[in-house]
Write a new protein. Structure first.
Lengths: 655, 151
């Protein structure tokens, strides 16, 4: 009964979504305020009904209702509770339901937090949001119904894919979807602005917090996915240029570009057309990512639940929304007024270059991901575009971008002085070069790591020195200095420094070590500056798996610092095995061990890694997200009005 | 019984366990070259993994083949060509440069170039509007009035 209620709630949500689309849109055309106001309650109700459906599916998973196909195929009565909850989205139907849940949440958020925006803009934006919701609800109800029953119900389920039975599944997809789908808000506002024909700085001020919100979630989601892959796949890689990873990187790159161009639009009314285009692009790439993951056109480690039949449906949705938005854009973009002018050497100019480099990277990732598909379709030739390609072509774009980041921050709006900006970065340059020289003297190779580390250090110091210089200028007390710098400036500095930390972590990969060896018990093996020794190899039983683990002592200078337990697990329900890495964080680096086959002589195959500074890769992402949160907390964004100049500055100006 | 289970578990082939100690070459320099080569070869039966990362039987065979050829004294390029000739373009994670992939390799440069050109033309347009937009008669009159007042 609960399950049927959920199914019915989904159908009602579809009806509400259609209403949310049609009624406010009509209202906006005939200037009827009452009709436009339907949008808000409809959006909130749509969210509540989808939440109800989602709750019903979760309930079925939690109580192991094996009359549901979805539960049979993805659950097991002995599966730990947390995976019963997260397993709801660990499959195609459930993950699409989560997708529309987040989409309707975004709609509800627009409805709740948009008191200050014009009625027509809100009505049109919510109408577009409703249309997207309707399309995906239809997709779920017609092709991917999570509430399908099976009679007779079996006694036991087939369990969730063991690779997904991990806390990572509880965090990674929801964050990623918040990011992916969060860009739908920006998309809807862009479409609404194009429909209404009014685009100004106020529009950018409305859109920038939503962009930030989606960008923060996407940053965290990607970082979490990367860390999950790192600890779960058993050889310590953290980014594989897998098509599905690329699918999340594409909207991130477009979103990052959007974040910066929206800042220009908000402050200077310039780059309007471009900002609108990026707003459409970011969500279009999210849709493309959804299509790539869900349709199975790409072979990928994420293809755990895909189906070509459904792919066509998503392709239709994709073509409709991207095509529709771009058509609208093509019709309207020409009539949009161009905004403020600026000199090439200025904050705006730097942000334009930032956008150029980010967009080129984004285009490269899109083309690299889709090229094999297109080539095969056109000529029948099969090629692979893998990590070596992406590293080769993207590093020459990414490093110059990193060098430019602090310079852009130092330039004032409208017209800047490059020499003065560079002078303010003297310390950062010097420290970066010194760091690179020191690393070169100490390690010698690889050159790429040394250069990257130098750039990273410069980026961190550069980001921090902007804030430090703001502190030491002008005003008197520390407190007023702290308050003097707007939070968004803090945010930019922190986020840029976070990027530097990530780069430093990536660079340090060149100085790690890998030992592949058949480990004999009680014998110690050098791993970087540490030693590893197996003390025991023992079997152990988990709730729905059994495992063999090797207890290893991590030693340095004879003292035992930590104990790790890399293991091999076997899941009987799916007859699948997976490895569980043993990881210990020492300082900012990690020791990473994975075990493989055992030999009759008592030795066991093992891969042992020393990964210096590796945690910085994800710490950097956390710092970036924190920077984003600082910007989001900026009062000017929250309230939506420009902050007045500090009163203290007035007497000085009067002199 | 428990011991039997242990043995059974330990002997199970494991997903995501790539190069094993038994495969490795005794000469570390040669082994390092082998790793570099296999890291750029695709496992043909896997989901987008290099043969260095994959535990599939075919990946293992290819790893052995690469090491075999290196031991025979072939250069890196020769080994890569040998595998390429046998398995086609699909095996190379770094796609070869040929007419079919020209556009792919040129994509980043083309994207930068197109963006750069668009910027250049936009800035030229801006400068022209800035330089040539004449004042209307009304604006001219206001300007004159203002300058007179300032004097």
């Amino acid at each position: 009964m609960i399950v049927e209620t959920g199914h019915y709630a989904l159908v009602l949500a579809l009806a509400l979504a259609l209403m949310q689309c049609a009624v406010p849109f009509a209202g906006a055309r005939i200037h009827d305020a009452a009709l436009m106001r339907v949008a808000q309650p409809a959006a909130i109700a749509q969210f509540l009904f989808i939440a109800l459906a989602y709750g019903a599916l979760t309930y079925a998973h939690v109580v192991s209702d094996f009359s549901l196909v979805n539960v049979i195929e993805n659950s097991h009565s002995l599966k730990p509770f947390i995976y019963k909850i997260s397993g709801v989205w660990g499959n195609h139907e459930g993950s699409m339901l989560l997708w529309v849940l987040v989409l309707s949440l975004c709609g509800a958020l627009i409805a709740l937090f948009s008191a200050s925006i014009p009625d027509r803009l809100r009505a049109d934006a919510l109408a577009v949001q409703g249309l997207i919701g309707a399309a995906f609800l239809l997709f779920i109800l017609l092709t991917s119904n999570p509430f399908a029953r099976m009679t007779p119900a079996p006694w036991e389920g087939r369990d969730l894919n063991p690779i997904l039975q991990d806390p990572g599944l509880a965090i990674h997809p929801p964050l990623l979807y918040l990011g992916y789908v969060g860009f739908s808000i920006v998309f809807s506002f862009a479409a609404a602005a194009l429909i209404g024909g009014r685009i100004d700085a106020a529009w950018a001020r409305v859109v920038r917090p939503w962009t930030l919100f989606a960008w923060i979630a996407l940053t965290l989601g990607i970082a979490m996915g990367s860390y999950w892959a790192y600890y779960t796949l058993g050889w310590g890689g953290f980014w594989f240029w897998d098509p599905v990873e690329n699918a999340s990187l594409m909207p991130w790159l477009a979103g990052t570009a959007l974040l910066h161009s929206a800042a220009v639009m908000e402050k200077r009314e310039a780059l309007k057309v471009w900002t609108i285009f990026l707003s459409i692009l970011a969500f279009s790439l999210s849709l493309l990512g959804t299509f790539l993951v869900r349709s199975g056109v790409l072979t990928s480690v994420h293809a755990f639940a895909s189906d070509p039949e459904r792919g066509v449906f998503i392709l239709v949705i994709l073509v409709f929304f991207i095509g529709g938005a771009l058509t609208l854009f093509a019709f309207r973009a020409g009539s949009l007024p161009t905004g403020g002018l600026f000199a090439p050497i200025s904050r705006e100019g730097a942000l334009v270059v930032n956008n150029l480099l980010l967009s080129a990277s984004c285009a490269t990732v899109v083309i690299g991901t889709l090229y094999p598909l297109a080539l095969e379709a056109l000529t029948g030739e099969k090629i692979s575009v893998g990590a070596p390609f992406f590293n080769t072509v993207l590093i020459p774009i990414a490093l110059p971008l990193a060098v430019l980041m602090p310079i852009g921050q130092m330039l004032p709006w409208k017209r800047g002085d490059l020499v003065a900006a560079l002078q303010r970065l003297r310390a950062a340059f010097a420290i970066g070069v010194l760091a690179a020289a020191g690393l070169a003297a100490y390690f010698g190779t690889p050159a790429l790591s040394i250069v990257t580390a130098g750039v990273a250090v410069y980026l961190i110091v550069g980001g921090v020195s902007d804030i430090a210089q703001r502190m030491t200028l002008r005003t008197t007390s520390i407190w007023s200095r702290l308050r003097g710098a707007p939070l968004s400036a803090w945010g930019a500095s922190i986020a840029h420094a976070g990027m530097g930390l990530t780069l430093l972590g990536l660079a340090a990969a060149g100085w790690g070590s890998e030992t592949i060896v058949a480990m004999k018990p009680q014998q110690s093996y050098d791993v970087g500056p540490y030693q590893l020794a197996i003390t025991a190899i023992t079997p152990r039983n988990g709730p729905n798996y059994s495992e063999i683990y090797a207890a290893m002592d991590v030693q340095k200078g004879g003292a035992t610092l930590a104990r790790i337990e890399p293991a091999k697990r076997f899941y009987p329900a799916r007859k699948m095995a997976r490895s569980e890495a043993g990881i210990v964080t020492l300082g900012l680096g990690q020791i990473y061990a994975a075990i493989g086959d055992a030999h009759p002589d008592g030795s066991v195959d093992a891969r042992l890694y020393y990964k210096p500074l590796v945690t910085l890769i994800w710490i950097g992402a956390l710092v970036m997200a924190f920077g984003g949160a600082c910007s989001l907390a900026d009062r000017r964004l929250r309230i939506g009005v420009a902050r007045r100049a500090a009163p203290a500055a007035l007497p000085e100006a009067a002199k | 019984m428990k011991r039997l289970l242990t043995t059974a578990l330990i002997l199970l082939p494991l997903a995501a366990h790539a190069v094993t100690p038994g495969e490795m070459l005794a000469d570390p320099a040669l082994e390092a070259r082998a790793r570099a080569i296999t890291g750029e070869l695709r496992c043909l039966v896997c989901q987008n993994q290099s043969i260095d990362d994959s535990d599939a039987a075919l990946a293992k065979d290819l790893r052995m083949l690469v090491r075999e050829k290196l031991k025979e004294g072939l250069g890196d390029e020769q080994v890569r060509d040998y595998v390429h000739a046998r398995y086609g373009d699909f095996v190379l994670l770094r796609p070869p440069l040929n007419p079919g992939t020209l556009l792919l390799w040129a994509a980043p440069a083309l994207a930068l170039l197109a963006g750069g050109l668009a910027l250049w033309s936009a800035s030229r347009r801006n400068r022209q509007t800035l330089a040539t937009a004449p004042l209307t008669a009304e604006e001219q009159a206001r300007l004159e009035a203002l300058t007179r007042r300032a004097e």
